[in-house]
Design a protein around this ligand. Structure first.
Ligand code: GDP
Ligand code: MG
Length: 667
């Protein structure tokens, strides 16, 4: 099967094209840094099947960040049959920089000139044929979001795959460097280095450490080559500057007269909106206000209106199933398992589907419109003043969905220090799975302050993350942060499709977890709740209660030292949704048919509800997140550290809320 790789700058529309070609549902976002892993898909054309790979977006193919390494490794090692280089037509100069590096690699390249609709709206015009000749690469104009030009793109790509010759570059780096490249290439001779010699020569001159190491480990190379290489090493900075310069010269020369832009750059609508939304003083309050309104609406629509409907449905279902089992003389055990465990536990989780749907609908709108990128931009100054990298906040925005991709997106951070800090603080960001927990407690104790409390919790999560980040940057990971300029994409009208996809992604993920992990947790805990045989299920004598009671004293200072709360928190380490499911089960069993809300009203107070919510926000993240920390840091030590320190932070937070609240006279 032939393979096609998609390469392009972040936010150039790679994922949109990938989805359009394969019919897949990858996450599309109007901001950089969304796709961090390569994604594979397939499509058919003319009776043949092609594999297509969506690589992480990068501006260059150096060895500076993991994204760049993933993309360039793939192109060089997996040797795709063709590389479709997506170029944002509204930003062609910068986008073509990546193209020059693809050419240096000797990849077979075709350019998909995307966003032609936006370019047209901005009066940018192209002489495609001449531009294509100058660059030495075929160009196909497309509008990925409207699927325009895709047939042509696929047809041309397939034609190129069939032809054997690869794309030739004619970038000149000036006489001296060109000679040096030729010299190195000659000295490499026919030795198989797994990489094109032209590329290796350029990378050596640029001082690419990875390539340098690779070459140093090869003992077939002549001593003469090694001598030249060592000589080159002293001048890499100089060479690198010149090479970068020449790449841009090549681009300028190609687009000169072939890309025509309006003379005076009028202030665009995006500029006008940004004058307000990214304003030095108003930017942050506006961000806070937008989030506040979002949480208010989320709670109003998702919980008060739709949530009630689903809850009513679940109740009716419980009754129907209950009487069905009764009329069929099902064993007491089975009836209890189904009505307490499944309907009481899992059902409690399902009631939150509307809430999650609405929340991610709003998040989707904010993201797809381009606002989220502004939020990160506005936060950048705060991040800097704390000694944190601006991209850390970008990863935190991803974490609002789920901490796993949030932590993965830290791969776009270049320095090890910045990245480690970002990984360690992301678990404090409130993910979608924690939403049901807040929702239950809010409904039980603060029914009219839902939006306000959600707002408080989400901001508390951010604040604690930033505080810990500051502490880490002063203690564990010292050193300079690298420089960052947040790129602001133009505002776009969010597409319904992207918003629905975003919503569906979340809801489906939620349902899938409910059906697997959470089901398993609830079942296992249910068994512990009715064992040993003969005890009153869910009583103090059950194994579950005894385990819970053993942990419970830890939480006394936080006000919720009950075995039920302890068991719930324990289950939350497996998956955060399991907290509500577990509470639903343990409380449903106590009093036949008791509603979770009523049971919680009996077991907690407004103050302990608050401290419990703070605990669930901050304490140890779920197993999937800990696994991701381990994978991304490549160390068990850091995974263990995360498990423990977040627990301690959560515990301190909950205790502070409870103790201070008590001092202030709350109960
Ligand atoms: P990626 O980062 O390269 O994967 O880019 P995405 O596929 O996530 O797209 C970034 C943004 O550009 C999204 O909001 C898309 O809806 C939007 N987009 C993609 N292609 C086009 C296009 O041809 N025209 C317009 N106007 N928007 C597009
Ligand atoms: Mg993408």
């Amino acid at each position: 099967m032939n393979t096609i790789a998609l390469v392009g700058n972040p936010n150039s529309g790679k994922t949109t094209l990938f989805n359009a070609l394969t019919g897949a549902n990858q996450h599309v976002g109007n901001w950089p840094g969304v796709t961090v892993e390569k994604k594979e898909g397939k499509f058919n054309f003319d009776g043949n099947t092609y594999k297509i790979v969506d690589l992480p977006g990068t501006y260059s193919l150096g060895a500076y960040s993991e994204d760049e390494m993933v993309a360039r490794d793939y192109i060089i090692k997996d040797n795709p049959d063709i590389v479709i280089n997506i170029v944002d037509a509204t930003n062609i100069e910068r986008n073509l920089y990546l193209t020059t590096q693809l050419l240096e690699m000797g990849a077979k390249v075709i350019i998909a000139l995307n966003m032609m609709d936006e370019a047209k709206a901005r009066n940018i015009s192209f002489n495609i044929d001449k531009l294509s000749k100058k660059l030495g690469v075929p160009i196909v104009p497309i509008v990925a979001s409207k699927k325009e030009g895709l047939d042509n793109l696929v047809k041309k790509s397939v034609d190129m795959i069939k032809k054997s010759e690869s794309t030739k570059t004619n970038i000149s780096y000036g006489k001296d460097i060109d000679e040096e490249i030729d010299n190195l290439k000659n000295l490499m001779g026919n030795i198989d280095l797994n990489y094109p010699s032209h590329w290796i020569a350029i990378k050596l001159l640029e001082g690419d450490e990875y390539v340098h190491e690779l070459i140093s480990n090869n003992h077939d190379l002549s001593s003469e080559f090694v001598n030249v290489m060592d000589k080159v090493k002293d001048n890499t900075e100089d060479y690198e500057l010149k090479i970068v310069d020449k790449r841009y010269e090549f681009i300028d020369n190609a687009i000169n007269k072939n890309v025509i832009r309006p003379e005076i750059k009028a202030e665009t609508t995006t500029d006008k909106i940004d004058r307000i939304l990214t304003h030095k003083w108003f930017g942050l309050p506006i961000f806070a206000l937008i989030m506040f309104v979002m949480f208010q609406l989320t709670f109003l629509i998702g919980e008060d209106i739709l949530g009630e409907l689903v809850a009513g449905g679940m109740e009716a279902l419980g009754e129907t199933v209950g009487s069905f089992l009764e009329s069929h003389n099902a064993s007491e055990m089975l009836t209890a398992f189904i009505s307490d465990g499944i309907i009481g536990g899992l059902g409690a989780v399902f009631e939150f589907v509307p809430l999650i749907m609405i929340m991610y609908m709003f998040m989707g709108i904010l993201e797809d419109s381009g606002y989220m990128a502004r939020a990160a931009y506005v936060m950048d100054r705060i991040m800097k003043s704390l000694g944190l990298h601006g991209k850390t906040f970008v990863s935190m925005l991803v974490s609002f969905g789920c901490n796993v991709p949030g932590i993965m997106s830290t791969r776009t951070l270049d320095s090890k220090k910045d990245r480690m800090i970002a990984i360690l603080i992301n678990p404090f960001i409130s993910c979608g799975a924690r939403l049901p927990i807040y929702s239950v407690f809010i409904s039980a104790f603060f029914p009219h302050k839902g939006g306000l409390i959600l707002f408080f919790l989400y901001f508390l999560g951010i604040a604690v993350a930033l505080l810990m980040g500051k502490i880490f940057s002063k203690t564990l990971f010292k050193g300079e942060s690298s420089y960052f300029i947040m790129e602001l994409p133009p505002y776009r009208i969010p597409t319904l499709k992207n918003i629905l996809r975003n919503m569906w992604d979340k809801v489906w993920g939620f349902l899938k977890r409910a059906g697997t992990v959470i089901f398993a947790v609830v079942t296992a805990l249910w068994v512990l709740a009715v064992l040993p045989f003969g005890v009153e299920p869910y009583s103090e004598a059950s194994i579950l209660a005894r385990i819970g009671s053993f942990i419970a004293p830890i939480f006394k200072p936080a006000g919720f030292g009950t075995w039920q709360a302890s068991v719930g928190l324990f289950a939350g380490i497996v998956a955060k949704e399991a907290v509500v499911a577990t509470l639903g089960m343990v409380y449903a069993g106590v009093e036949e048919g008791a509603k979770l809300i009523t049971a919680i009203q009996g077991a907690f107070t407004p103050l302990t509800a608050m401290s419990f919510m703070v605990m669930t926000l901050l304490y140890t993240p779920c197993a999937a997140v800990i696994g991701t920390v381990r994978k991304e840091t490549n160390s068990h030590k850091w995974a263990l550290f995360t498990t423990i320190y977040t627990f301690v932070v959560g515990w301190i937070g909950a205790v502070l809320v409870f103790q201070i609240g008590k001092l202030l006279g709350f109960s």
